[in-house]
Design a binder for this molecule. Sequence first.
Ligand SMILES: Cc1cc2nc3c(=O)[nH]c(=O)nc-3n(C[C@H](O)[C@H](O)[C@H](O)COP(=O)(O)OP(=O)(O)OC[C@H]3O[C@@H](n4cnc5c(N)ncnc54)[C@H](O)[C@@H]3O)c2cc1C
Length: 365
Amino acid sequence: MVEKAPGPRGGGYVVNFSGVGYEAAGRLGILPDLERAEQPTPELVYVDESGRRVAALPPEAHAALVGGASVTLLRGDLEAALHRALSDRARLRFGTTVTRLDQDDDGVDVGFSDGTDGRFDLVVGADGLHSQVRAAVFGPEERFRADLGHAVISCLLPEPPRAARLDAAQSVGVGLVGRGVGITPTADGRCAAFFAFRTDDVERDLREGPVPTLRRVYGDLGWVVPDLLTAVAKEDSIYFDRICQIRMERWHQGRVVLLGDSAWCVSLFAGSGSSLAVGGAELLGDVLDRHHGDPSGALAAWEAEFRPLVLSRQREALRATAMFVAPNATALWLRTMAFRLSGSRPVRWAGRRFFGNNRRAAASS
Ligand SMILES: Cc1cc2nc3c(=O)[nH]c(=O)nc-3n(C[C@H](O)[C@H](O)[C@H](O)COP(=O)(O)OP(=O)(O)OC[C@H]3O[C@@H](n4cnc5c(N)ncnc54)[C@H](O)[C@@H]3O)c2cc1C
């Protein structure tokens, strides 16, 4: 396994890991490791621009919505658990990328950035949204990318902004039209800051960089937002990207297969990208076992089995966009009402539908 990063990264952003990935983690035996890194399920509190509480989702209601079968943890902790599970059976080569891929009927010749090369039966490109393997084998990213008109900035801060007076068990969302802010304390006293906003020119935003973009988009806000922007500006590691989906008619070509965001990025609006990546990987392993010696049959069977779930999550993500970033005042009001009525049966049903659809059986029904 080659990984571009110089070493394990740790941290990142907070992910809710449920559905197909959670089930796979159980079968792979890594669930206890994930649960050790679990972040407490917080009360989700929605506030207005001045910090006034407008709605809240108690931890029990939050847990009931996702159906109990989930772990909330930092992306880096999920990555670390997967690395630990692999370390006695695969060599992890950090700081290395693929520079050349040439395949024939019997194998793939691969060149690496450290000057080495090798021949492999199968190459799995699990290299994320901006996959280099996809670009090399299938074509440029733009051909498969559907922009959703939003961007995300996320960052782990040493502590929550003091003025927010956050209880360690509270996650705060500031509800605004066209832009959202989230502050989630972590179990070790740090805090994950999250900004998602509508944009009509994401290329300009990315060129400008995260800090100037944050100042332009959020600079007029009060309450804890100015402190938050100052704290983010001091950080070296800030995640900033467009929110988009990758839509491909097939995920394999010969003996090269894409997996996770590189194949099907559902976008963070689906709340299930890491779960699909792990669930898809486990199923791929299974199917390769079942079709031993027939990679082409295995890859076709894997795609046929997994695609319905991915397509349903991509559709669900489009429907969920307004829950993350309200497009107008009516949507903002509806979202606030949904939080206020979170204990009611219709809202619980909608929540279960969203999170429950993240399972394979649900997608084919
Ligand atoms: C702010 C935010 C919140 C999210 N919340 C959730 C959530 O609550 N629940 C959920 O399930 N999902 C969530 N997601 C989505 C989830 O993080 C992704 O879908 C998931 O990480 C995809 O996993 P992946 O392994 O396919 O890609 P990635 O996680 O992007 O991993 C790709 C890896 O490949 C490496 N790499 C890249 N290029 C190369 C190269 N050329 N050579 C070698 N290595 C390379 C990268 O360094 C990286 O380690 C969220 C995403 C964001 C941005």
